[in-house]
Design a protein around this ligand. Structure first.
Ligand code: FAD
Ligand code: NAD
Length: 406
């Protein structure tokens, strides 16, 4: 009898956790597991801000998928998925056509531009490891170009860097940039006072909704390193010359810059929007067992899935923490279906959140307790190492882990 095919799309946190758990749960004869991912490697999305700011080599952020999968059980195909047809049960990719008995969509996030004019063309997004590398190279290029331009022709807007959004991504990126700017100033003989790093946030506070005491700490730390905040001033347009921000009812300000890093929110993968599955911002409101509504054979995990936290009556945030737990549950549910057993509802086990402010500082709420500084930073590294351990065990953790504060 033909083994059922489980087709997993995407080797981010959700997809890899699904596959590594499936390969533990299922014998070779029980199913054919196929994993498709654009690259031959997985990248740690949660470290992308470091690669983007130049504080971590992009190669450190990624590892080979073949190092963590059991190739006797998983057929890995490096290809880009181009179409998902859940009615015909077929997926198209640059490697051809793929059929399935169970499909797991784990294609992750994209930057959300909310239709703001000029952003698609003129802003960078910390969306994947190559995009992060490009941001780092672009910023460093601004330093080197400014430094080598004839003094009379120097364009100071090269040294103004705008970060759109003071959510977790924006703040973590600013934390890294605050540490890296002096390194570049030193390398290219650029006076520090010439460099401006401006964070533009639409909401009336940094990290909206987070603990105000911790937010004050973060802002004070970043300001002490020269980061400027423009709060309650939505970015409304980006052009080749800079960005327009709304400072009052009918008032606007223009900031001249050649670098806008847009970190003001995420959406699911646009391929979702081309399926017959209902979604909002390419995120699907999944059933409690992580299946797409009305689809017995389609699971969605990670940032493409949307779930409401009933206790707080608001959506769970799209995080790696949740994506990994969903991957575990998804694998368990597929194994149950193959064994003709009922599936189980996914219940997130949230341990807290920590926001880094560079490699040496952070803020967070962990198991209900507030943490700052070195303690928080240490915890963040432990969270990063734990994610490696959950996918690739001790070997991967020792190879790629962060141990500089231990
Ligand atoms: P992803 O990690 O985005 O993986 C998707 C995978 O699918 C990728 O491998 C991609 O290459 C692949 N893919 C995409 N399109 C295609 C295609 N067409 N064909 C083939 N393959 C494709 N969350 C936390 O919990 N803690 C943190 O500290 C944290 N820090 C973050 C820091 C930054 C800078 C950012 C941007 C996010 C952070 N997050 C954090 C959020 C977290 O990274 C995401 O929630 C998480 O990555 C979602 O996992 P995922 O598996 O859904 O998708
Ligand atoms: P977000 O949606 O959490 O924050 C986006 C920010 O951009 C908000 O503060 C919003 O007010 C602001 N914004 C929106 N439109 C704007 C505009 N026009 N002009 C200026 N500002 C604007 O997005 P994110 O920070 O990318 O985070 C995405 C997800 O990833 C979240 O779930 C987050 O929790 C998670 N994440 C977690 C960590 C961590 O745990 N350390 C780190 C990064 C991201």
């Amino acid at each position: 009898m033909k083994r059922p095919t489980i087709l997993v799309l995407g080797a981010g946190y959700g997809g890899l956790m699904t596959v590594t758990n499936l390969q533990k749960k299922l014998g070779v004869n029980e199913a054919e597991i196929v994993l498709i991912n654009k690259n031959s490697y997985h990248y740690e999305s949660t470290w992308l801000h470091e690669a983007a700011a130049g504080t971590l080599e992009p190669s450190e952020v990624r590892y080979d998928i073949k190092d963590v999968i059991d190739q006797s059980k998983v057929n890995f195909i490096q290809a880009e998925v181009t179409k998902i047809d859940v009615d015909e049960k077929v997926v198209l990719s640059t490697a051809g056509e793929h059929t399935y008995d169970y499909l797991v969509i784990a294609l992750g996030f994209e930057g959300e531009t909310f239709g703001i004019p000029g952003l698609e063309e003129h802003a960078f997004s910390i969306a994947n490891v190559l995009a992060a590398r490009r941001i780092r190279d672009h910023i460093e290029y601004q330093f080197s170009t400014w430094a080598t331009e004839p003094e009379a022709e120097r364009d100071d807007s090269r040294l103004t860097f705008v970060v759109g959004g003071a959510g977790f991504t924006g703040i973590e990126f600013l934390g890294e940039l605050a540490n890296q700017v002096p390194v570049w100033c030193d390398a290219y003989d650029v006076p520090r006072e010439k460099v401006r790093v401006i964070c533009v946030e639409a909401a009336p506070m940094v990290l909206p909704g987070f603990d105000p005491e911790l937010v004050d700490y973060a802002v004070a730390q970043l300001e002490s390193k020269g980061i400027e905040f423009s709060i309650g001033t939505p970015l409304v347009e980006a052009t080749e010359e800079g960005v327009k921000i709304k400072t009052g009812e009918e008032e606007f300000k223009f900031i001249e810059t050649k670098t806008v890093v847009w970190a003001a929110g995420v959406r699911g993968n646009r391929l979702i929007e081309e399926t017959n599955i209902e979604s909002a911002r390419a995120r699907v409101r999944v059933e409690p067992d992580l299946r797409a509504p009305g689809r017995e054979d389609v699971f969605i995990v990670g940032d493409c899935a949307f779930m409401i936290n009933e206790a707080e009556n608001r959506p769970y945030p799209p995080t790696a923490q949740i994506a990994m737990q969903q991957g575990q549950q998804c694998a368990a549910n597929i194994a149950s279906l193959l064994a003709k057993k009922p599936t189980t509802a996914f219940v997130p086990d949230l341990k807290g959140s920590v926001c880094s402010l560079g490699s040496d500082d952070a803020i967070g709420v962990v198991f209900g307790k507030k943490v700052t500084g070195g303690t928080a930073s240490f915890m963040k590294k432990m969270v990063d190492n734990r994610a490696l351990f959950m996918v690739g065990g001790l070997g991967l953790t020792l190879k790629k882990g962060k141990f500089d504060l231990l």
